[in-house]
Write a protein that binds this ligand. Sequence first.
Ligand code: ZN
Length: 630
Amino acid sequence: MAGLIREESIAEVREKARIDDVVSEHVSLRNAGGGSLKGLCPFHDEKSPSFHVTPSRGFFHCFGCQAGGDVIKFVMDIDALSFAEAVERLADKFGVQLRREEGDVREDRPRGPQRNRLVEAHKAAQQFYAEQLSTPDALVARQFLAERGFDQSAAEMFGVGFAPRDGDALFKHLRQKAFSQEELVVGGLVAVGRSAYDRFRGRLLWPIREAGGDTIGFGARRIFEDDRIDAKYLNTSETPIYKKSQVLYGIDLARKDMARSSQAVVVEGYTDVMACHLAGVTTAVATCGTAFGDEHARVLRRFMHDHEEFRGEVIFAFDGDAAGQKAALRTFGGDQNFVSQTYVTVEPDGMDPCDLRIKQGDAAVRELVARRVPLYRFVLGNVVGKYDLDRADSRVDALREGARLVSSIRDRSKVDAFARELAGMVGVDIEQARGEVRRATSRGPAKPDQRGARRAEPEAPAPPAPRNPVPDLRDPRFALERETLKLVIQHPMAIGRTTSDIGTDDFTHPVYRAVWELVAAAGGPVAGSGDASWAGRLRDAATDPAVSSAISALAVEPIRTAKEPDAAYVSMHVFRLLELTAMRRIADLKSRLQRTNPVENATEYNRMFGELAALEQHRRTLRERTVGAT
Ligand code: ZN
């Protein structure tokens, strides 16, 4: 940012901004003797004061948490600002005209109303709105709160208010308090059409506060049917004091516990923040009418005392719906240090924390947060969860798509752990997953383009491949199915004599499966013996053109043996087909075993293990019969 403020300006700020004045806005100080003052530390929880301020030296220090520094450092810490931002804010407040190094064009920028005037106006507005909440006109607003489990003391704790329905009640009130129209317009409280009118009318209001507690904007919810503005929520738009890419609702209440616990919970709305805090999740915040972005991440990291190394935990209580998952995926593409410490929790019935608290109580809200899972596992789980993992071909697809996601992780040191996770989810062994990730990495769309002109976008995972596209009927994978069906259609008698064990599951191609279903519906291969119109009957019964065309092809394509197909030839095909089915079921079962915890789900695990042994035996028998037939 503005790193080029001149040293003499910084010195002037330090001189004019008395540290005891600045600290007193946040801490009530009393005499500690020896020219020092003390109070309860704003940066950590304490019962007896260990936070000291020495005005003559311009320093503060906490003997409890070791926070300390000059007045600029105090403002940086209390409001989560950069050095330059803190200097600018103090300069504004104490009337210092900042000089910048040459070349910084902002030296002579026109200055609007001072920051502290805008903050004062918001303070007065917040008080006005809060008083309005107890008026008869605000009945609907009070009902709204009551229905969501918030009583009067909750409303007071969060400073919730009501904007009267008449067009300029706040404007008049603040003009009486000597705020200029310009100050109110620039601050976003009032707009001007033919005349000045209140920005928020007939709405329930939440004051949006900075970390230090100053109100800098409002979030306003629609509560009246005849509200001419359809938007459910209106928020203060960008102003000199309100930056929507940085503001987090609830940060003033959450900051201390965030620092203490190195944890932050991000929820979706004002009522969710309230519900969380009242339920004991005191680190909850929400963005205000905008998606969570990199600047919000930066603010959280600063409050979690995470300047060098990120050890904190940020938990997103996302909706389980598509929008929530998209938000999760977007975060996944952001700052990777942040991602690796990011967690997600989803309420299975789609309830947000506010609903959850009403229906199931405070403990349920705390449990929701406790049930968090790492973001990468959540995202991988969503990707893998779209596939039917009990089917071998779907497992291959799931592994491929999961590998593509894992290969997009920029922190290479994490890739192996993610690959391992993927292997466990899909139910394949780790080497197979590693191989797929290596292939995805070398193939990857993640490669920068050859001209190197553009930096690659944050890699969002590619959209899923279309589900179950119909494979080519002549794909060698289906050769045995094809040959067997040719026998069924051309030599039904020979098949009928060999076995009645063939079933729909023996055919993996959807078209071949459909052909077999027609055969079964017609009475099985035996029904075709001696019937010259057998193929025609089957064809007539088909409703899908792809199926009837396949039947024609199967009826005319020569059998792959020179002589008339004998019993041995038929048996070889039938038993081999059944053996392949057994092998698929074995692979599915092994995959499920790998995905089952033998300790937590002992009964299920043992049952599958027994089933596996029986299947292996069945496969061996089929193998012997196939070999015996040749
Ligand atoms: Zn402290």
